[in-house]
Ligand binder design. Structure first.
Ligand SMILES: Nc1nc(=O)c2c([nH]1)NC[C@@H]1CN(c3ccc(C(=O)N[C@@H](CCC(=O)O)C(=O)O)cc3)CN21
Ligand SMILES: CC(C)C(=O)C(=O)O
Ligand SMILES: [Mg+2]
Length: 276
């Protein structure tokens, strides 16, 4: 570690988390604890606590920039926050979201993914189904690990007609399963499932060989993710059903992050009240 951040007292030297170690966790039935993270200070704290996977999410459009959707977020925004988070992280796997409009073609996706990988990301996440398979193949063949994102894909909010649960009809559930198979076959090594019925999250996870990370996708995904500002209860008011306030009963952010990891690992989160 260099620069501003000090070595933390009693920091346990954990081996770097890799895509391979996440697959091993899935195989061992050990849940993958994931949080969004956008800067060096929180990356350092989350890594120290033992978060497995950090995601520089385009949710930064909401929680850092104050927009109502993720659409205004640019590749430069994500690259900047990825570089910040990478400076604080030592051992967690660091993934970064490809923002809206940055992966319309395989070539533009590659050019933009290179910017995020050079900023310190170890994997990039893209929202979309079978239509993305060519892009996923193009990136993975060129050494860029791909995290695919299905279900409620917030970059498509205006097409979906709002932030609504997906995969509720038999037809849309079948389409989601076919999408998941196509993305895995194209080389995706992680799959994010957002806001789908818990039974569908279970089915997709069991069907695939790669780990799934859920947010509002039930308890049977290989891991869970939350937006850090949601689980730290930074904003008042109504939150999505899948959010739990981990600051409750804790006296520090570090304790809340540890409580989150523990609840994911011991499967007490998500409970039925967080699922669809
Ligand atoms: N702060 C924050 N947290 C997030 O989880 C998040 C972001 N920002 N920005 C990008 C997307 C947008 N997300 C959202 C936003 C709203 C709902 C929501 O209100 N869901 C309703 C579902 C309504 C229905 O039943 O269809 C809910 O009650 O949970 C869900 C996901 C998830 N992502
Ligand atoms: C909500 C998670 C899954 C995400 O994509 C983000 O933070 O942008
Ligand atoms: Mg996102």
């Amino acid at each position: 570690m260099s620069g501003y951040l000090q070595e933390r007292e009693g920091a346990v030297r954990r081996k770097a988390v890799t895509m391979q170690s996440l697959s091993a966790m899935r195989a061992a039935g050990e849940k993958i604890a994931t949080l969004t993270c956008y800067d060096a200070s929180f990356a350092s704290l989350m890594d120290y606590c033992g978060v497995d996977l950090l995601l520089v999410g385009d949710s930064l459009g909401n929680v850092l920039q104050g927009h109502g959707t993720t659409l205004p977020v640019t590749i430069a925004d994500i690259a900047y926050h990825t570089a910040c988070a990478a400076r604080g992280n030592q051992t967690a796997l660091l993934a970064a979201d490809m923002p809206f409009g940055s992966y319309a073609t395989p070539q533009s996706a590659f050019d933009n993914a290179v910017k995020l990988m050079q900023a310190g990301a170890q994997m990039v996440k893209l929202e979309g189904g079978a239509w993305l398979a060519d892009t996923v193949k193009f990136l993975t063949e060129r050494g860029i690990p791909v995290f695919a994102h299905l279900g409620l894909t917030p970059q498509a909010v205006h097409q979906l007609g709002g932030f609504k649960v997906q995969g509720k009809t038999a037809e849309s559930a079948e389409r989601l399963k076919a999408d998941a198979m196509a993305l895995q076959a194209a080389g995706a090594t992680l799959l994010l499932l957002e806001a789908i019925p818990a039974a569908l999250g279970k089915e997709v996870t069991e069907m695939l060989a790669i780990p799934t990370i859920g947010i509002g996708a039930g308890p049977d995904c290989s891991g869970q993710v939350l937006v850090m500002h949601d689980m730290l209860d930074v904003f008042p008011g109504k939150k999505a059903r899948f959010v739990r306030n981990f600051m409750e009963g804790q006296s520090s952010i570090e304790a809340a992050v540890r409580a989150y990891i523990k609840a994911v690992r011991d499967k007490s989160f998500p409970a039925s009240e967080h699922c669809f």
